[in-house]
Write a protein that binds this ligand. Structure first.
Ligand SMILES: NC(=O)c1ccc[n+]([C@@H]2O[C@H](COP(=O)([O-])OP(=O)(O)OC[C@H]3O[C@@H](n4cnc5c(N)ncnc54)[C@H](O)[C@@H]3O)[C@@H](O)[C@H]2O)c1
Length: 325
């Protein structure tokens, strides 16, 4: 029988790649997205698109009606700065929207495996010494990260008390074609755009701050494995949580250097003051995902960044008026 997946946020960056992969593997794919940041052009052919907001009743009703084998919940307000400016809006989408879906699963589709997109980039805060392992203390420094941790607590509660099959994937800084400059790995999209416009690359602070950059196809592979694998019983908040990154902290200066090389560009670097509240070091321990999901990232930073740059360059060329090409 054809397996069915519902991907929320499927018109977005990670969601559209995820939906493509499920389709390629022969699944029936429903996509829910309100197109807040997602784009119709990202929707893969073969998926059924439902233009719905996860905070309204329609998305939950769809879960109740279609009873998918897997719900990959990626829809979110994913701009950390926006969450600081408007934490009420952030919580409405990221906590209450998630709860609505979980309630539909509890009442009408309890066999659905629920996969939630959490964050390994900002959930641990700045109090730990990376690489951060799943059980490390979490001291989130933004409403966005607090919302992600809150949903993880709900996932563990629904698993323990209601027997739901829930998984949290804590993504590092995901980059690749179609990524949005406002996301956690937005710097890759921003630098590509600046290089293509011949503008300097702005580095905040000394540029030695590290992040765990993971290519989108590796993330999608982790989603696939977590959707279908046999996992330990969900018990505590960290039991079914998996860091999905590379295990390597890369300084932003290095990202600039690799992208400039990939583009054959000599745009200058421009240094600006360190941004208050910005984490200095952030990267995750990925040994648990290797052990329990049999997952490992396979795309090197050089390869992933040059594939990303090529995509942005092609989009840039297509957007220019014909005479200017
Ligand atoms: N990109 C990263 O580096 C990264 C890192 C950690 C976690 N995540 C998480 O992964 C998920 C996907 O992120 P992304 O980078 O693909 O971002 P994205 O903005 O491209 O995707 C999010 C999608 O959700 C949709 N959406 C937003 N609010 C909605 C609502 N109320 N109802 C329905 N749809 C709504 C948007 O239109 C968009 O298509 C998010 O949950 C994000 O928090 C991303």
């Amino acid at each position: 029988m054809t397996r069915r997946v519902l991907v929320t946020g499927g018109a977005g960056f990670i969601g559209s790649h995820t939906a493509e992969r499920f389709l390629a593997d022969g699944w029936a794919v429903d996509i829910v997205d309100n197109l807040a940041t997602g784009k119709r052009e990202n929707l893969p052919a073969g998926a059924t698109f439902h233009e719905l907001d996860i905070t309204g009743p329609g998305a939950a009703e769809l879960v109740s009606r279609t009873r998918p084998d897997v719900l990959v919940h990626l829809a979110a307000q994913m701009d950390v700065r926006k969450s600081v400016a408007d934490p009420v809006f952030d919580a409405g989408t990221n906590i209450v929207g998630s709860l609505r879906l979980l309630e539909a699963v509890r009442h009408d589709s309890p066999a659905t495996r629920v996969l939630f997109a959490s964050t390994g980039g900002v959930i641990y805060g700045d109090q730990t010494t990376p690489p951060n392992a799943e059980e490390f203390a979490k001291n989130p420094d933004s409403p966005y990260a607090i919302a992600k941790l809150s949903v993880e607590l709900y996932l563990a509660y629904y698993a323990r008390i209601h027997g739901l099959d829930t998984v949290a994937l804590r993504f590092g800084n995901v980059y690749g074609p179609r990524q949005d400059p406002h996301g956690e790995a937005g710097v890759v999209a921003i630098f590509c755009g600046r290089i293509l416009d011949g503008q300097p690359l702005t580095i905040f602070g000394d540029g030695r701050q590290t992040r765990d950059y993971v290519f989108v196809s590796d993330v999608v592979d982790a989603v696939m494995r977590a959707s279908t694998g046999t996992l330990p019983a969900a018990a505590l908040v960290d039991t079914r949580a998996y860091n999905i990154g590379t295990g390597v902290g890369t300084p932003v200066l290095r990202i600039a250097e690799i992208l400039k090389r990939a583009a054959g560009s000599n745009v200058p670097l421009e240094f600006a003051p360190h941004r208050p509240g910005e984490q200095q070091e952030s990267f995750v321990d990925v040994t648990k995902a290797a052990r329990e999901l049999a997952w490992r990232p396979v795309v090197s930073l050089e390869d992933g960044l040059s594939r990303s740059y090529e995509w942005f360059a092609a989009r840039h060329a297509a957007a220019r008026p014909a005479g200017a090409r």
